[in-house]
Design a protein around this ligand. Structure first.
Ligand code: WTA
Length: 574
């Protein structure tokens, strides 16, 4: 249904998209921050302390439920005390402004406390997804020159084998109730927190000084550390208001993990800038549990991802019918293409439109979105937020007319644009290789009404369940297996997960292809690299297509897999 549209729902915080595009300026968003009237320039101050010293002091900042159903809640006042304690803990351990504080935890309250405590003392919060294995953790911590690591004794077991290589690491802070002798370089979180003062004077930061480093993948090389400055808060607040449409009484649930950018920009920062109550659930995806959380916590605004919605859809209409969500007002999605079928399903079963949003780790906040006050065209990512200019450009930077396919690009300078790539200036410059534009790496087109439509990646980045996976990292892990001679990795289209990781592997002499070996190699990557990035499918091949210089041609592997024309093979070895 090409011309299918869903009419606007209502005027939200954004009353008219067209009017805002004309009138909105970033400066107008700045008045909401205390730094504009002399307060400290620091995200943690605006997200927590500001509310803790207002009538929101006793308002719930965080509702948390453990995987086993245990509940906890924290008010803004309590969050201020806890984050102050952690800032003092870090300073007591010798932490300095700019230090990278890695947080390798499941979704537990300490992940929030350590994130904002780090920001308060001027440190750089470095979250890593708890599904990462020892090699994935080591690569990221080594690259960033990690100074501190916050983790649990269980997760620390994965780090222990690589501790020796982490030469810049000062201290590991273990979150558990332990009081016995801590392992070498380790201290107990609870003990230090108890001994630390609940008062702390938050550091005044410069707008471009980083508050977070997110490791993310491209086509080549290991993941890069994308840095965001405290000034990102300007856009995080404005988009939380205009796009998430958050209002005072809301209970908001962002299902992303803090290890990913959605989990920080909109799972922590944006909604707290507005003083919203967050829900956080420690456990894994499960349709019944998710519906029950929406119902029990009377969630009003929900930010989730297409894979989760497709899995809910697959769980059937009977299951969703067992629940009711009268409180649910607004649903948004991010991370991968949102298929029209999912939008129709949500309309039918929940009576809600799903509002797609497009952005990236590097952009720090939403850029192209759908709004309650606007028509949705299912299949389109929506229109640029007020205050930015997005374009479809060719290699010279020519802005192409509607209907033409090209590189999705944005005029640089939006407030939450990354401030750098950690210790990798050349990689940062590559994003700006088309003069006058930030180049996203996505291909898209725009229609006559200014709606953007996603076509695919211009590179080999894989999106599986909305999680960004670099083929090089998976190939490197595969090559460490004794049986593997060469490996090429692609994203294979998958109805539920968007894509799955598929590997093509040639074996060393003496190894014989077998299903057992496939499972063994796949398991090897799962344990070493990450539980979300291992190849779900492996094909053994005699040789891999390569350029004359020996580079593996993933696009040929992909074309063959999809039964498509392989294209120009003149650069192939044979
Ligand atoms: C893809 C996630 C289609 C895209 C916040 C982008 C999307 C990459 C959408 C960034 C969407 C994100 N429709 N594709 N609405 N949103 N993507 O860094 O390829 O994990 O470049 O950031 O996800 O992924 P990242």
């Amino acid at each position: 249904m090409e011309n299918e549209t869903l009419p606007s729902e209502r005027a939200g915080n954004l009353e008219s998209y067209e009017k805002a595009c004309k009138d909105f300026t970033w400066a107008s968003g700045e008045e909401e921050f205390e730094w504009s009237s002399g307060g400290p320039y620091n995200i943690a101050h605006e997200a927590i302390d500001k509310h803790a010293s207002s009538w929101r002091k006793n308002k719930v900042a965080l509702y948390w439920e453990s995987a086993s159903g245990k509940m906890r809640k924290f008010t803004f006042g309590e969050m201020r005390r806890e984050t102050n304690r952690f800032a003092n803990t870090l300073v007591g351990l010798g932490a300095k402004r700019g230090d990278r504080v890695f947080v390798y935890l499941d979704r537990i309250p300490e992940a929030y406390i350590t994130a904002f405590g780090t920001m308060k003392m001027g440190g750089i919060f470095a979250p890593i997804f708890s599904a990462l294995g020892p090699d994935g953790v080591r690569d990221r911590m080594l690259d960033a020159g990690a100074r501190f690591l916050v983790t649990t004794p269980q997760l620390f077991e994965r780090v222990q084998p690589v501790m020796e290589s982490l030469t810049e690491l000062s201290t590991v802070i273990l979150v558990s109730a332990g009081t016995e002798q801590a392992p070498d370089k380790c201290v107990w979180f609870r003990e230090l927190m108890r001994a630390s003062s609940p008062d702390f004077e938050t550091e005044r930061m410069a707008p471009h000084e980083p508050y977070v480093i997110h490791y993310t993948s491209g086509t080549t090389g290991k993941p890069k550390g994308v840095l965001h400055g405290h000034k990102a808060m300007v856009q995080q607040l404005v988009t939380s208001k205009f796009v998430l449409d958050l209002k005072e009484g809301d209970t908001y649930w962002c299902t992303s993990d803090p290890g990913w950018v959605t989990g920080t920009s909109y799972g922590m920062v944006g909604p707290w800038l507005l003083g919203s109550s967050l829900l956080s659930y420690e456990g894994r995806f499960d349709p019944r549990t998710w519906y029950s959380l929406l119902e029990r916590y009377e969630v009003t605004v929900w930010y989730t991802a297409p894979t989760a919605l497709r899995m809910l859809m697959k769980a059937g209409d009977d299951l969703v019918g067992e629940f009711s969500f009268p409180s649910l007002r607004h649903v948004c999605s991010v991370g991968e293409p949102l298929n029209p079928e999912v939008i129709r399903w949500a309309m039918r079963t929940m009576g809600k439109r799903v509002h797609d949003t497009w952005w990236q780790t590097e952009t720090g906040a939403m850029l192209i979105c759908n709004y309650p006050c606007s028509t949705i065209k299912p299949g389109s990512m929506g229109r640029p937020i007020p205050g930015i200019q997005a374009g479809i450009v060719d290699e010279e930077g020519q802005d192409l007319p509607p209907g033409r396919e090209g590189f999705l690009a944005v005029r640089p300078g939006w407030p939450s644009m990354m401030v750098g790539i950690w210790r990798n200036a050349p990689r940062y410059r590559e994003y700006f290789k088309i003069p006058g534009w930030y180049v996203s790496g996505d291909m898209a087109f725009r229609d006559e009404e200014g709606y953007f439509w996603f076509l695919g990646r211009a590179d080999d980045v894989i999106k599986s369940s909305g999680e960004r996976i670099g083929p090089f990292e998976v190939e490197s892990a595969l090559l460490e297996h004794p049986a593997v001679a060469e490996a090429g990795v692609i994203g294979k289209p998958d109805e539920i997960r968007g894509e799955i990781v598929k590997a093509f592997v040639s074996l060393r002499p003496g190894y014989v292809p077998s299903d057992w070996l496939k499972a063994e190699v796949s398991q090897f990557v799962k344990q070493k690299l990450a539980a979300y990035a291992y190849p779900k499918e492996i094909d053994f091949v005699d040789s891999l297509p390569k350029t004359r210089s020996g580079k593996i041609l993933r696009r040929v592997l992909k074309a063959r897999e999809l039964g498509q024309e392989v294209g120009d093979l003149s650069t192939l070895e044979k």
